[in-house]
Design a binder for this molecule. Structure first.
Ligand code: MG
Length: 250
């Protein structure tokens, strides 16, 4: 038989347990990752004429200025381009190069520089090119005071769309492209309602805005850099894979 004091003590113990359980449950709730919280990324730095930029913390670094370990020719052979001053330089007839690894939709960053000494004109002046996912080409060209056809100037998606503006820096000055290769947009039935598309920033300036280029769901391919016979340089090349968008607030 319980005495009055025993009953009080029992009730107090049960009460304490209930409170502890409530705290424990709340702590477990707090430990669960909220899927709507975006992951933390430490941003990199922008390149300057004197120094390469640095990649963000979640980037896949494809070229850091010191080696060609992630690159090969389009025939799968060793790269014959030059390593020079923390950059790689196209060697005429060295051939177009590509990443060994296939990549997908996402953000591609490259810094590039056309030769300081101007030679040639139109398409023969500082010509190279960036091919995310194996193509189409985002044209690299010395388009600073250099007339050529709009669909072939710097920042054109070659033979498809001229850039919205000409944001080219002078010859010999480092520049950047950020190319966002968008995955196709698919409706609930799985039908593609917009094919894959490129958005391009040239030196931070929007020059291509969500322009449809084709390419299917889950497309992968190498990132290629073109040998067009001109000694164009590249540095600080990186890639960030596409992320599933966080749903809009209801
Ligand atoms: Mg080209």
């Amino acid at each position: 038989m319980f005495t009055k004091n025993t009953r009080k003590s029992f009730a107090a113990t049960v009460g304490l347990l209930v409170v502890c359980a409530a705290f424990w449950a709340r702590a477990q709730e707090g430990n669960k990752a909220d899927p709507l919280i975006p992951p933390v990324v430490t941003p990199g730095t922008f390149g300057t004429p004197d120094a390469a930029g640095t990649p963000p913390s979640d980037a896949m670094v494809l070229f850091d200025g010191t080696h060609f370990d992630h690159w090969e020719t389009t025939k799968g052979a060793e790269v014959k381009w030059k390593l020079i001053d923390g950059a790689m330089e196209v060697v005429k007839r060295g051939g177009t190069i590509r990443t060994k690894q296939k990549l997908g939709y996402g953000q591609y960053h490259v810094e590039w520089r056309t030769p300081a000494e101007v030679k040639g004109s139109s398409q023969g002046r500082g010509n190279s090119g960036v091919f995310p996912l194996g193509g189409p080409e985002v044209q690299v060209l010395d388009s600073y005071d250099n007339a050529t056809y709009p669909h072939g100037q710097a920042g054109a998606i070659y033979n498809l769309y001229p850039p919205l503006v000409n944001a080219c820096r002078p010859p010999g000055v480092w520049q950047s492209y950020d190319i966002i290769a968008h995955a196709p947009i698919v409706d609930k039935e799985g039908k593609v309602i917009r094919k894959s598309a490129y958005t391009v920033l040239h030196n931070g300036v929007l020059i291509q805005d969500n322009m449809e280029v084709g390419g299917g769901i889950g497309k992968t391919g190498q990132l290629s850099l073109q040998d067009h016979g001109n000694p164009v340089r590249y540095r600080n090349v990186w890639f960030r894979p596409w992320r599933e968008p966080i749903p809009r607030a209801k």
